[in-house]
Design a protein around this ligand. Structure first.
Ligand code: PMP
Length: 423
C-alpha cells in the first residue's frame, strides 16, 4: 500500500484517540488472558460428575484401591492413536501434563537419562532450545531450574530446522527442545513431516538430548480437516535415536481443565526410567478419574465426536476475532494475525515496539491481555511485536467487544508510532 501522508496519518490518529476515549468511557471489564475452556465447553463433559459403582477396570481391578502406576489401560488405548504412542509405552497419570514436563526435567536433573553420561545437575550448564513464539509455562520450568533458554525462530513448518540442527550438533549444553507440534501455542503452527523427520534424525552433541513433544492440542481441530503430524516416536526409532522423544498430552481442554488426565509416552527404556522415579512418588494415579473418562469418551471415535462439539462452540469466537480484526485493521499496515486451524490461540503481530503499549492501552480500557513478551523466554520479546489472544473463555459477545476494543488500541498506538517515526 502507498505510504499515507502525514495529514492522513494524523487524521487516523485523531479518530483513534476519539474512539479510545469513548472506549474508556464504556467501562468494559473483559479478559482474554489465558486459554481456558468456557463454562459451556466444560458443560459438555458434565456426565463425568456421575460416577457409578462398581468402579472396576476391564481386567477386574478394583479402582478404588492403590496401585496401577501406568494408569488405566482402557484410557491409554483411547489416546494411543491421537498421541501416536503405542499403548504399552503410554502412561496415564494425574490431572496435568505440565506437571509431567516439570517432573521430567527434575528427574533428569537428579538421575542419568537412558543414553546419558551424567545427571543434568552435574553438568556445568544446561540449555534448552525454545522455539519462539512459544508457551510461557515451558519457559517458566527452565527459569525455575536454571536452564539457559536459547530462542529459535518459528517458521510456517515448525522451528527453523537449519538453526536447530546447527545448535544441537555443536553445543553439548543443549539437552532439549520444547515443541508444541500441532496448533502451537501461540501461533497455531502445525509441524511438517520434514520438520519431524529432521528433529528425529539430527545429530546432537548431548547424548541425552530430549524432545519435549507437548502435543497439548492433538485433537483440538477448528475445521473439518484435522491436521495430521508425523509420528515422532516412530521416526526417532527409525533414525536410530529411539530414546529422544518425551511425548506429553492431556484431556485438560477435552473434559475438565482442572480435573482431566495427563499422559506421558516414550520409548520402552524411557518409560522404565520414568516409572523408576514415579514409583517413589506415588502408589498410583486417580484411577476413578481415569475410568470416568473411559466411560464418557468410550473410544477414539467418541473422542473425535466430543471434540467436534467443542469446535462448534469455539469456532464462532475464532471467526469473530478474524472478522473484526479484518474490518478494523486490514490494509492499515498496523497488524497481521494468524487464522489457526485448531488449538486455543490467535497471535496478533503489531508494529515493532508497540505490543507492550497496546496491552497497556487495552488495560486502561478494561481489557486484560496476556502480557506482551509472554511468548518469549524471560518475558522478553526483543521486537515487542506479539500479542497472544485467547478467545475461548468469554462469551461470543464479550469476545467481540474485547477484540473491537483491542483493534482501537492497535490503531491508536500504531498510528502514534508511525507518526513518531516520521518526525
Ligand atoms: N501445554 C500447552 C502448550 C498448553 O497450552 C497448556 C495449557 N495452556 C498446557 C500444556 C497445560 O496442560 P495441562 O493442563 O495438561 O497441565
Amino acid at each position: 500500500a502507498p505510504a499515507l501522508t502525514i495529514q492522513e496519518l494524523t487524521a487516523q490518529r485523531d479518530r483513534a484517540r476519539e474512539d479510545f476515549a469513548a472506549l474508556v468511557g464504556r467501562g468494559l471489564k473483559l479478559d482474554l488472558t489465558r486459554g481456558k475452556p468456557s463454562p459451556r465447553q466444560l458443560d459438555l463433559a458434565n456426565e463425568l460428575l456421575d460416577v457409578r459403582a462398581p468402579v472396576v477396570s476391564a481386567d477386574g481391578t478394583d479402582l478404588r484401591n492403590y496401585g496401577g502406576l501406568n494408569g488405566l489401560a482402557e484410557l491409554r488405548a483411547i489416546f494411543s492413536q491421537a498421541l501416536q504412542v503405542p499403548v504399552e509405552q503410554l502412561l496415564a497419570a494425574g490431572n496435568s501434563s505440565l506437571e509431567l514436563m516439570h517432573d521430567a526435567v527434575v528427574f533428569a536433573q537428579l538421575s542419568v537419562l537412558p543414553g546419558g553420561e551424567r545427571r543434568w545437575a552435574d553438568e556445568p550448564e544446561i540449555a534448552f532450545l525454545c522455539p519462539v513464539p512459544g508457551y510461557d509455562r515451558h519457559f517458566g520450568i527452565c527459569e525455575r531450574y536454571g536452564i539457559t533458554m536459547i530462542p529459535v525462530p518459528m517458521t510456517e513448518t515448525g522451528p527453523d530446522m537449519d538453526v536447530v540442527e546447527r545448535l544441537a550438533a555443536d553445543d553439548a549444553r543443549i539437552k532439549g527442545i520444547w515443541c508444541v507440534p500441532k496448533y502451537s501455542n501461540p501461533d497455531g503452527t502445525v509441524y511438517s513431516a520434514e520438520t519431524v523427520r529432521r528433529l528425529a534424525a539430527m545429530p546432537t552433541a548431548a547424548p541425552d538430548f530430549r524432545i519435549f513433544w507437548d502435543n497439548a492440542y492433538a485433537v483440538h481441530h477448528l475445521t473439518d480437516k484435522p491436521a495430521e503430524i508425523a509420528d515422532l516416536l516412530a521416526s526417532c526409532a527409525q533414525s536410530g535415536n529411539p530414546d529422544r522423544a518425551f511425548v506429553f498430552g492431556s484431556t485438560s481442554k477435552i473434559t475438565f481443565a482442572g480435573s482431566g488426565v495427563g499422559f506421558f509416552g516414550a520409548s520402552a527404556a524411557n518409560v522404565k526410567w520414568w516409572l523408576s522415579h514415579t514409583v517413589k512418588r506415588s502408589i498410583g494415579p486417580d484411577k476413578i478419574n481415569q475410568l470416568r473418562h473411559v466411560r464418557f469418551l468410550k473410544d477414539a471415535d467418541g473422542l473425535r465426536e466430543h471434540m467436534r462439539q467443542h469446535a462448534a462452540l469455539i469456532r464462532p469466537k475464532f471467526d469473530a476475532v478474524d472478522k473484526i480484526l479484518s474490518t478494523e485493521l486490514s490494509g492499515t499496515g498496523l497488524a497481521s494475525w494468524t487464522s489457526p486451524a485448531g488449538g486455543y490461540f490467535i497471535l496478533l503481530r503489531v508494529p515493532a515496539g508497540c505490543a507492550a503499549a497496546v496491552v497497556a492501552k487495552a488495560k486502561e480500557a478494561g481489557i486484560a491481555l496476556t502480557p506482551a513478551g509472554a511468548t518469549h523466554p524471560h518475558g522478553d520479546d526483543p521486537q515487542d511485536q506479539l500479542i497472544r489472544i485467547a478467545p475461548t473463555f468469554p462469551e461470543l459477545a464479550e469476545v467481540e467487544a474485547a477484540i473491537d476494543a483491542l483493534a482501537t488500541c492497535v490503531r491508536l498506538v500504531g498510528t502514534e508510532k508511525l507518526l513518531a517515526d516520521r518526525q
